[in-house]
Design a protein around this ligand. Structure first.
Ligand SMILES: [Zn+2]
Length: 243
């Protein structure tokens, strides 16, 4: 398998439900990403090469195999680790066997809406990580839930940030990610970043919380509820914060 983004859009038996992209509760940039993904039009290295653009074809995340959609999102070592951490390994195998972005998306639409959102947010985060790496920035990793399965809405005058952090004891490096929603559950922003050095998992989580709150304040969310998905600062506990 491999190269499923090369030169074909793929086809499905029924008319493709394009409207579902725009109904997803994610930001416009994520919807546009998904639209490009389904059209096999993301500027991946093998795709660029095929368009006669002079470029390296190796995947920037692993530097081992050629980069196409099938590899980057479903087969690359780092991506596989994330799918496992998100408890979606079985689904990853199903999606890895699809022949096009359109087929992948049809499988995604078969999932429950929470799972759809979880997958799309993950694909987007991985794509963002890939772009940073491709641009020469340090790669960040995040390991567990991007979206909580049993999400509870905040009070109507609050925004809610679901925060996640990952930490490697051996490298002392980590990453953070968050999803911001209003009380209707609409996803307003998604962010992720890299932690260069942390003393412990607790430290990484504290840094993650700080980063997320700073970013939320930056985009004008002044009353937020923070919920850590990570373990050390308090799993499942919420703090109402008025910044
Ligand atoms: Zn790779």
């Amino acid at each position: 398998m491999g190269g499923w983004d090369i030169g074909r859009r793929g086809s499905v038996a029924a008319p493709f439900p394009w409207h579902k992209i725009w109904q997803l509760k994610v930001t416009n940039k994520v919807q546009i990403f998904l639209w490009l993904f389904i059209h096999n039009s993301l500027p991946l290295r093998r795709t660029l090469k095929r368009r006669r653009i002079k470029t390296e074809t190796l995947c920037p995340m692993c530097n081992k195999l050629d980069e196409d959609c099938g590899h980057l999102f479903f087969k690359c070592k780092g991506a596989r680790e994330c799918w496992r951490a998100l408890h979606m390994e079985e689904l990853r195998c199903t999606l890895a066997n699809c022949g096009s972005g359109m087929e992948v998306e049809m499988k995604i639409w078969e999932q429950l809406s929470d799972t759809q959102l979880k997958i799309v947010v993950w694909l987007w985060n991985w794509w963002t990580a890939r772009n940073k790496t491709n641009a020469g920035d340090e790669c960040y990793l995040f390991g567990s839930h991007v979206v909580q399965p049993k999400w509870k809405p905040p009070h109507e005058d609050l925004y809610k940030l679901n925060v996640d952090a990952a930490f490697s004891a051996s490298t002392k490096m980590g990453g953070w990610g968050y999803v911001a929603r209003d009380n209707t559950g609409a996803v307003l922003d998604i962010g992720a970043g890299f932690i260069q050095r942390a003393a412990s998992a607790l430290h990484a989580e504290a840094m993650a919380a700080y980063q997320d709150l700073s970013r939320a304040a930056h985009i004008g969310m002044t009353r937020v509820q923070l919920e850590m998905d990570a373990s050390n600062l308090g799993k499942g506990k919420s703090l109402g914060l008025g910044l």
